[in-house]
Design a protein around this ligand. Structure first.
Ligand code: ATP
Ligand code: MG
Length: 428
């Protein structure tokens, strides 16, 4: 079976992370990773192209150094409050005696034939269920007998300008984008189990600038939303509340921050004020600044779940990922506010858990990066359909990039040893 290199690029608000892996069928072998602080992004969207390009290049240089491969093609994660999802359905008559792959494709195509405003781009069309002659709950109708096939899909769209700006940054960084993946789909691939996705679970990825919410049931995404709040708001509250610089507020949050003070925690911490003066701060006072913002964020998640009918379907509760899930006590507070069982979702490193960087990657912050690579394995391909509309520039671009990648993705293992170029070469 052909081997190819896949690089996942998580362009987050606070960090940019590249994960390189070698994929052969469903087998994934981790090769390396690189991280750099993010610049030029706010709430998951590009606000300064040059700064974002520089951060992407730094992260990729590190990924290349760590993995020993030249990165030319990437699978990029996309998020931001411009991303929205909605349900749609379509139906077709079956041409032969039994349902063929073409019938399934036609049913999905009919489901996605809905009005999409010109300023929005379809990112994913995810089949959630098929109905054959009134029989509901079919996941794969191919080979079954029937007359009328209905497809229910979840369509994820994003603002064309935000998608274009992200693609432009990657292009300026010398990269071909072979796939654009809605970030919670990638995080879910890395942090959720198959059982959880089947029975019903909510993934909440709390990053620096956004909170991504995705409800999974019967193996598919059923509801998704992105809120424009994240850990940066907590840092900002600390900086304003204590009149200190953002970097010092970030340090305090990570080292002594908590939603409530535990018995093992130091009662006081040293903080440096903007004027350079060092003072003692009671950790309880720090917690009293952090707590209201965390409560507010979780209440927004609760409202979104109620709106998306997530409560009764979240049988397995909530899985928290993203860097902010590491805040001490946040998971306990989430259980209280959401009234659901909560666990922290650390990405599962498939294939090579013994790799030197695997322990570092087993951090909820890297769920998206690891998931982007995992999404590229062939086993997950059929569940998510990346649309290519004939008159969509972005669609054509992605289709073209995909073909390019397909033709050039076979790697020669000897190249890697010599540090040669192993990913597809840009024709741009
Ligand atoms: N140990 C920790 N305790 C508290 N907060 C933490 C900790 N580690 C990281 N964070 C916070 O996590 C946030 C970054 O998370 P993450 O890397 O998932 O975000 P991102 O992917 O860059 O952003 P986004 O997904 O919102 O675009 C920051 O606000 C950071 O302060
Ligand atoms: Mg993120």
């Amino acid at each position: 079976m052909r081997q190819h290199i896949v690089v996942g690029l998580d362009v987050g608000t606070t960090k940019i992370c590249g994960v390189a892996a070698q994929v052969q069928g469903s087998e994934i072998n981790l090769l390396g990773m690189g991280v750099s602080p993010s610049a030029g992004l706010r709430k998951g969207m590009v606000i300064n192209i040059d700064d974002a390009v520089a951060s992407i290049r730094t992260a990729l240089d590190e990924t290349e150094a760590c993995s020993g491969v030249r990165v030319r093609s990437v699978s990029v994660g996309i998020s931001g409050s411009h991303v929205r999802g909605f349900e749609s359905c379509g139906a077709v008559g079956i041409r032969g005696k039994e349902v063929s792959h073409t019938d399934v494709d036609r049913a999905i195509e009919s489901a996605r034939a809905v009005y999409i405003p010109l300023d929005r781009e379809v990112l994913h069309v995810i089949p959630t269920e098929f109905i054959l002659d009134g029989q509901e709950g079919i996941t794969d109708p191919v080979g079954m007998s029937g007359v009328r096939l209905e497809a229910k899909v979840h369509i994820i769209t994003g603002a064309v300008s935000s998608v274009q700006n992200l693609l432009k940054c990657c292009e300026k960084a010398g990269l071909d984008v072979v796939d654009l993946v809605f970030e919670p789909l990638a995080s879910a691939r890395a942090a959720l189990t198959r059982d959880e996705k089947e029975a019903g679970v909510v993934l909440v990825d709390i990053g620096g600038g956004t909170t991504d919410i995705a409800l999974f049931r019967e193996g598919s995404l059923r509801h998704a939303a992105v809120l424009g709040v994240g850990g940066n708001h907590i840092t900002n509250d600390i900086a304003v509340g204590l009149r200190i610089q953002m970097a010092e507020a970030e340090r305090l949050k990570k080292t002594a921050g908590a939603t409530e003070i535990g018995p093992d925690q130091e009662p006081e911490v040293q903080m440096t004020q903007a004027c350079g003066q060092v003072r003692s701060l009671r950790c309880a006072d720090l917690a009293s600044i952090i707590r209201p913002r965390c409560e507010e964020m979780l209440e927004l998640v609760r409202e979104e779940l109620k709106r998306g009918f997530g409560y009764e379907h979240a049988v397995y509760g909530v899985v928290l990922t993203g860097g902010s899930s590491l805040l001490r006590g946040f998971d306990r507070m989430a259980e209280l506010v959401l009234q659901l069982p909560v666990r922290i979702g650390r990405p599962e490193i498939i294939g090579t858990p013994e790799h030197a960087v695997a322990p570092a990657l087993r951090n909820p912050q890297y769920a998206t990066g690891v998931g982007l690579v995992a999404c590229s394995s062939v086993v997950d391909r059929p569940r998510i359909i990346h649309p290519v509309s004939a008159n969509s520039l972005l669609g054509r671009m992605r289709h073209w990039a995909k073909d390019l990648f397909k033709n050039a993705e076979t790697i020669n293992p000897d190249y890697k040893k010599e540090g040669g170029m192993v990913c597809s070469k840009s024709k741009k």
